[in-house]
Design a protein around this ligand. Structure first.
Ligand code: ZN
Length: 494
């Protein structure tokens, strides 16, 4: 595509003065959104689980030309949604070439461009921005200054050019002016100092701002979008009221509502398509990994305020696959098939993603995470095996059977051990596995079944990953069971 390179050519192209002179970023977002709504094109491709909640509200905010804020816990795709707004920008935006604030050729703000156009007229060179170049993101921290965000007066520049300090030619522009004619996203807005919030507000409201006491006029054209933790945002005094007032829409995000949505998001985000070995991830492994996040969000020992990010299942499944990859490479197996023991092997990807409450801290992250994995396994086990009786299998262990299931053991070796347990293979049809399937697949499914029985305490398992009779029974062999003692009848209350 041949884009005009001078102001003269620009005037004669589709980028006419009539169309572009007064078209603000928010008009552009709105126009392109309307086109997408008419054609039914996906508006935020890759955003899963928000179709009926967040997406319609973001659409309304854009149609209303609002600055808006997404309120939600970490790992709820807030940044991703904000970044996806670039999909609503024009593919090419003309600006005065080399302008630091990407001036509109028909309505330049900065002195340099006003002078340049006066001097060169139609020969003024034009350059273009892509949508990605028009997205500026800033993570707010308490040490962000007005200079970072808005700009600074450069005394050296002033001295060299003989200009007085307040002249805009001596301003060194900050992030916000550099986002002119684009999207400016501030993540964790409440962490921005009050003074900076006021500066932001002034830019939004009046188009001017004071830098080191000098008034500088900057009638910027920026769509401002924010994100914040809901509790921080609503806490009194964290956001200066006039700024809050200027944020048109407050939109709440949330975690995946269903396990299936969670699995879909994790599958999309995690790095699983790797070079080398063929990989097969059983669906129950994906579900257990996702269940860990769901279980953690309900667990009293996990801090609710900071939440449990979607990044937990994402990095967990990556680590699970790596543990399986390691085993397959060592044992020269043809296919990488993760097992439940690989999930225990992925604990380093889980512990760091959880902020624990005091009670959890006391127990230790390892204990809490083991509990969560066990709960996730038992729930997933129930969803697959709820109908079948497991008596035949538990009986084998009750009669003294033992099976060591190390996470590094080759599948062929474990297959031999499994043969001893009568009726096991038939049970695996519940997860779609047949006896004739590859050893890696059968072993993974069998281990899932045994881990499920262990999670329900129907069989035992030692530190060395040896499956045995349940702990209760092993204790009972040494000491007389409680039932052997006379039990005093409890007196009923009237
Ligand atoms: Zn300029």
């Amino acid at each position: 595509m041949n884009l005009p390179t001078s102001l003269g050519e620009l005037r004669k192209s589709e980028f006419t003065e009539e169309r572009l002179r007064t078209r603000r970023v928010k008009d552009e977002l709105r126009d392109n959104l309307i086109e997408k709504l008419k054609t039914g094109e996906p508006i935020f491709p890759g955003i899963v689980g928000y179709d009926d909640t967040v997406v319609p509200q973001v659409i309304n905010a854009v149609l209303s030309r609002h600055n808006f804020i997404l309120l939600g816990l970490r790992g709820q795709a807030k940044s991703r949604i904000l970044r996806a707004l670039t999909g609503l920008l024009d593919p090419h935006l003309p600006y005065v070439m080399d302008c630091e604030i990407h001036d509109n050729p028909y309505d330049p703000l900065c002195r340099r461009c006003v002078n340049l156009i006066a001097e060169k007229g139609d020969a003024t060179p034009i350059a273009y921005l892509t949508p990605e170049q028009r997205y500026v993101e800033k993570l707010a921290t308490p040490d962000v200054t007005v200079a970072d965000l808005i700009g600074d007066i450069d005394p050296i520049k002033a001295a060299r050019s003989g200009l007085d300090l307040a002249s805009e030619l001596t301003v060194h522009y900050g992030l916000l002016p550099r986002a002119n004619r684009g999207l400016f996203a501030v993540n964790e807005l409440p962490d921005l100092a009050g003074k900076i919030q006021v500066a932001l507000f002034n830019i939004m409201q009046e188009g001017d701002v004071q830098i080191k006491g000098y008034p500088v006029r900057l009638n910027l054209d920026v769509a401002l979008v924010f994100s914040a933790n809901p509790e921080d945002y609503t806490a009194r005094g964290k956001i200066v009221t006039p700024l809050k007032d200027r944020i048109g829409s407050e939109i709440r995000t949330h975690y995946a509502g269903t396990l299936d949505e969670g699995v879909a998001i994790t599958q999309q985000e995690a790095w699983t398509e790797r070079n080398g070995h063929p990989l097969y991830v059983p669906q129950y492994i994906r579900e257990i990994v996702e269940q860990i996040a769901f279980a953690a969000r309900e667990d009293k020992r996990v801090d609710k305020r900071s939440g449990v990010s979607q990044r937990l299942p994402i990095s967990t499944i990556e680590n699970v696959i790596s543990n399986a990859e390691r085993r397959a490479l060592r044992n020269r197996e043809s296919t990488v098939v993760p097992r439940v023991s690989d999930i225990y092997g992925a604990m380093p990807a889980i512990t760091g993603k959880l902020e624990l409450e005091y009670e959890g801290e006391l127990k230790g992250a390892d204990v809490v995470v083991r509990d969560l994995i066990r709960l996730a396994v038992s729930r997933t086990f129930d969803s697959y095996f709820k109908d079948g009786s497991m008596q035949q299998i538990t009986q084998w262990f009750d009669l003294g059977g033992q099976l060591k299931f190390s996470d590094t053991a080759p599948s062929g070796e474990l297959m031999d051990g499994l043969k001893h347990i009568q009726g096991l293979h038939e049970k695996l049809s519940a997860v779609g596995v047949k006896a004739k399937d590859k050893a890696e697949i059968v072993v993974s499914a069998a281990e899932f079944l045994l881990e499920g029985l262990y999670a329900h305490k129907r069989i035992g398992r030692s530190e060395e990953r040896v499956f045995t009779a349940p702990e209760k029974q092993r204790v009972a062999e040494k000491a007389p069971a409680k039932e052997d003692f006379p039990v005093r009848n409890r007196r009923p209350y009237n």
